[in-house]
Design a protein around this ligand. Structure first.
Ligand code: NIG
Ligand code: FE
Length: 396
C-alpha cells in the first residue's frame, strides 16, 4: 500500500481535466498535492484520513478571479437609494459609492482592515472558494493602497485562503487630489509598488471612472515594466479599452457587458480571458450579457463574483454559476469550468490549480449535491459540505 495524507472515496468526480467525469472514483492527496485520481475502489493507497463522499459531487476548489474583498465598512444603505430609483452613478456623484468605501478604508487601521477582511475570507472558504484574487483600489492615495496590498498578503499567510493581489490604484479618480497628479503617482511610484506587492495591475475604464487616454497611458507603462494586465471595461459603456487591453496582451478583460465585434476579435487573437460578473447584473438589476458567442468561439470564458460592497456584495461562486446558466447561456458544465480551470487561467495559475489532476494543488470540494445540474438548481443554498485545502480537511 502506498501511503498518502487523505483519500476521498465513492466520489462523483468532475475533474475539469482531460480525464472528464468519473461517476464513481477516488481522489488521493499527499504533501499538499494530488497524488492520484481514478475510477473505482481504492486498493492501492493507505491514509489516516479517509472521507466517504457517498456518491456526492467532488470538485476542484473554486477560484474567484475578480474581487474587491479588502475594504472597510458596508454600503448596504445604498440599496435603499437604488430601490428608490437612484442609479449607481448618481450615488457616486453624491460622494457615495466607491468614494464611501475609500473614506472607510482610509480611516481603518491595518489590523481593523485585516479583521473585517478575514471574516470575508472565511466566508469564501465556506462557500467553496479556495483561491481569491483581491484588488486594491479603495485607497486612491499611496499609504492606503500599500495598506490594502499588505492586508491581501496577510490573508494569504494567516488564513486558509490563497490570495492573489492585483494593484487597482486607478479605480476612480480621487476626490481630494488633482487627477493629473494622482495619475503621475500611478505611472511611477504606483507601478513600483505594484511590481513589489502585486501579481497583476488593473484599471477601471468606464463612464465615471478612467478615460480611454489615461487607460492607454497606464496600461502601456505597466506593460513596459513587465506587469501582467487586467482591465475592468464595458460595464456601462464601451469606450474602446477592451480592444486596447487585448492588443496590449492583457491576461483578462472583465465585465464585458458592452463589447463591439472588433474588440471580440482582438480578444480572440490575443487569448485574453473573458471574465463575466453576473452578480453585478443581478444586484444592479441590469441586463445580463449573452456569453454564448464567447463560449462558441472556444474562448476560455471565466466567471467571478466581483465581490465588492457596492455592485455585488455576494461571495458565493455557486450563485454566480446559477445566474450564468439561467441568464447568460452557459451549460452547468461550462459554468463549472468557468469558475475553476478558466478562472485559474485568468490568474495565470492553471498549472497549479483549477482541476483535479495529478501534481496540482490538493484543493478539493465535497458537495452535498449529486451533479452539476443539482448544484445549479439549488441556487442560493450552500451546497459545500467539506473543503480540502492543500490536502488538509477543513471542517466548517
Ligand atoms: O467591479 N466597477 C468598478 N468597480 C467595482 C465596483 C466597486 C464599488 O462599487 O465599490 C466593480 O463593479
Ligand atoms: Fe470589479
Amino acid at each position: 500500500m502506498i501511503s498518502a495524507d487523505l483519500i476521498i472515496t465513492n466520489a462523483h468526480i468532475m475533474t475539469v481535466s482531460a480525464q472528464g467525469e468519473i461517476k464513481n472514483g477516488c481522489v488521493v492527496a499527499k504533501n499538499g498535492t494530488i497524488l492520484d485520481v481514478f475510477e473505482g475502489e481504492n486498493t492501492s493507497y493507505h491514509a489516516d484520513k479517509v472521507i466517504d463522499a457517498k456518491s456526492k459531487l467532488v470538485l476542484p476548489g473554486f477560484v474567484d478571479c475578480h474581487t474587491h474583498l479588502v475594504h472597510a465598512g458596508s454600503r448596504a444603505n445604498e440599496l435603499q437609494y437604488r430601490l428608490q430609483g437612484m442609479s449607481y452613478q448618481d450615488i457616486q456623484l453624491m460622494g457615495g459609492g466607491i468614494h464611501a468605501s475609500v473614506r472607510d478604508t482610509r480611516a481603518a487601521s491595518e489590523d481593523e482592515l485585516f479583521e473585517q477582511s478575514l471574516e470575508r475570507a472565511k466566508l469564501c472558504l465556506k462557500h467553496g472558494t479556495t483561491t481569491t484574487e483581491i484588488k486594491s483600489g479603495y485607497g486612491l492615495e499611496p499609504v492606503t493602497e500599500a495598506k490594502i496590498l499588505k492586508v491581501i498578503r496577510r490573508l494569504n499567510n494567516e488564513s486558509d485562503l490563497d490570495t492573489v493581489a492585483t494593484f487597482l490604484g486607478p479605480h476612480v479618480y480621487p476626490l481630494d487630489q488633482d487627477p493629473a497628479a494622482y495619475l503621475d503617482w500611478l505611472l511611477h511610484e504606483g507601478l513600483d509598488l505594484a511590481k513589489k506587492q502585486a501579481e497583476f495591475v488593473d484599471i477601471y475604464c468606464d463612464v465615471g471612472a478612467y478615460s480611454f487616454e489615461d487607460t492607454e497611458r497606464f496600461l502601456t507603462a505597466a506593460k513596459a515594466k513587465g506587469l501582467p494586465l487586467k482591465i475592468h471595461s464595458g460595464q456601462f459603456e464601451a469606450l474602446g479599452a477592451t480592444g486596447l487591453a487585448a492588443d496590449l496582451g492583457a491576461v483578462s478583460a472583465d465585465h464585458l457587458d458592452r463589447v463591439n465585434d472588433a474588440e471580440f476579435d482582438a480578444m480572440l487573437r490575443a487569448g485574453t480571458v473573458p471574465v463575466f460578473l453576473p452578480g453585478c447584473s443581478y444586484y444592479l438589476k441590469s441586463t445580463y450579457p449573452n456569453a454564448r458567442p464567447w463560449l462558441d468561439a472556444g474562448m476560455p470564458v471565466a466567471l467571478a463574483t466581483d465581490y465588492n460592497p457596492g455592485t455585488c456584495p455576494s461571495l458565493s461562486i455557486p450563485m454566480m454559476m446559477s445566474l450564468a446558466v439561467m441568464h447568460m447561456g452557459f451549460t452547468p458544465e461550462e459554468a463549472l469550468t468557468a469558475v475553476t480551470l478558466n478562472a485559474a487561467k485568468a490568474l495565470k495559475r492553471d498549472h497549479l490549480i483549477g482541476s483535479l489532476e495529478i501534481g496540482k494543488q490538493a484543493d478539493i470540494l465535497i458537495c452535498n449535491v449529486k451533479d452539476p445540474d443539482d448544484m445549479i438548481a439549488m441556487f442560493g443554498s450552500n451546497v459545500i459540505s467539506g473543503v480540502v485545502k492543500k490536502a488538509f480537511y477543513i471542517n466548517y
